[in-house]
Design a protein around this ligand. Structure first.
Ligand code: SAM
Ligand code: SF4
Ligand code: SF4
Length: 378
């Protein structure tokens, strides 16, 4: 096909070598970046493949049958992932999120979960291990994931209307299957479950209230995500973003809300509780979240690192370059060298794309080609 763009290739070429610093940097759990931000959260993409083609993430025209996905030998093995994750944990990470692509497509993912679940934080505690999924395979896999040590899941669901959902996933996948997956996760004890809804103005904004009504009082936390300008293929336009403030206004027109305190530093979602008749939080009705990555930057607290499917470390969702940790691992680096290299990379981190977005040229981001979300995960 003429004129087709394949941005991922550019990203691989753009990888920077990860360098072991001449002076070793030990892991003391207190690592901070150049803006004083600690390292607490590691997101690991376990595959760049997906069985959905959400237009905001993997548009069909680009991610077609000729798309050059990574060959299996390029993927980090489970042992490599666990070894790298262990070094991050030594630096203070206490939460690991598995993502993709669709992480449940990675064969034997339960084995990886079992390995990660054996790691301990610097305080000797078990890690918080979670996974973000489109839910399509969850009904089949929930029990095995729980048995392997997964604690909870986040399920992406952009609407309850079957027609809207089928057209947004663009592979005609029925919403009923995802709802079955959510039920299975709940039965398996993979909670608290979160449901993520990307809101695209003119596409699924009329699903906001039906989604809120459906999940209210279920113990499931529904989170509305602003459609983001990630990657280089989704044709993002600001006029398709529905700001969280507008989402909240819409919900409040029927279901009153009260603000809640953030549950943790670096928390990406603003929390809102459903209110009772006295304007207090009705705990049984539960809460919702809004993730305002476009209209309200939260870079100041950003403590997240991302490890790509092939072992590149990304310091920001909007980064244009990764740091190649796989070469170090496959080149025979010791644990001390790996820990030092990660420390040096994090210490040099100045990324804060969302904060700077408004000062950049419209719709172009940094001007350089950004990495795809399906490659480094959400
Ligand atoms: N396939 C899994 C899923 O959909 O949950 C995991 C990977 S997906 C890249 C992770 C999250 O990123 C999903 O919740 C998805 O809705 C979100 N996402 C993808 N592209 C986005 C965009 N352009 N703006 C906002 N969120 C996006
Ligand atoms: Fe696949 Fe998730 Fe991207 Fe949708 S958002 S295309 S399910 S990776
Ligand atoms: Fe973190 Fe980058 Fe997102 Fe800012 S834009 S919150 S630095 S991932």
């Amino acid at each position: 096909m003429a004129g087709r763009t394949i941005p991922l290739i550019d990203q691989r070429a753009a990888a920077r070598a990860a360098v072991v610093p001449a002076r070793p940097i030990a892991a003391d759990g207190l690592l901070a970046d150049a803006l004083g931000r600690p390292l607490r959260d590691l997101r690991i993409s376990v595959t760049d493949r997906c069985n959905f083609r959400c237009s905001y993430c993997m548009p069909k025209e680009v991610f077609d049958k000729d798309y050059p996905y990574l060959p299996h030998s390029d993927l980090l093995t489970f042992e490599e992932i666990t070894r790298i994750a262990g070094q991050f944990v030594a630096h203070g990470v206490h939460k690991i999120r598995l993502t993709g692509g669709e992480p449940l497509l990675r064969k034997n993912i339960e084995i990886l979960i079992r390995q990660l679940a054996a790691l301990r934080t610097v305080d000797g505690e078990p890690l918080d291990i979670t996974l973000t999924t489109n839910g399509s395979l969850l009904a089949r896999k929930a029990a095995a994931l729980k048995a392997a040590g997964l604690q909870r899941v986040t399920v992406s669901l952009d609407g309850l209307d079957d027609g809207v959902f089928r057209s947004m996933n663009d592979v005609d996948f029925p919403v009923a299957e995802v709802l079955k997956g959510i039920d299975a996760a709940r039965e398996a004890g993979l909670g608290p479950i979160k449901v993520n809804m990307v809101v695209k103005r003119g596409t699924n904004d009329h699903e906001i209230l039906p989604m809120a009504r459906h999940f209210r009082g279920t113990g499931i936390v529904l989170r509305f995500i602003e459609y983001m300008d990630v990657g280089a293929t989704n044709g993002w336009r600001m006029n398709e973003v529905m700001p969280s403030a507008e989402v909240l206004k819409h919900i409040r027109s029927e279901l009153p809300l009260v603000p809640l305190e953030p549950s943790a530093t670096g928390e990406t979602a603003g929390r809102w509780g459903y209110a009772d008749a006295h304007g207090r939080h009705a705990k049984d009705a539960g809460e919702i979240g809004v993730i305002s990555s476009v209209t309200q930057a939260f870079c100041g607290d950003c403590n997240r690192a991302r490890l790509s499917t092939e072992g590149q470390l990304y310091l920001c969702l909007f980064a244009t370059q990764g740091h190649d940790l796989r070469s170090l691992v496959r080149g025979g680096a010791s644990d001390a060298e790996l820990v030092s290299a990660i420390a040096a990379i994090w210490q040099g981190r100045t990324d804060r794309y969302s904060q700077l977005r408004s000062t950049l040229a419209p719709d172009t981001g940094t001007g350089a080609r950004r990495v795809e979300m399906s490659y480094i995960g959400g």
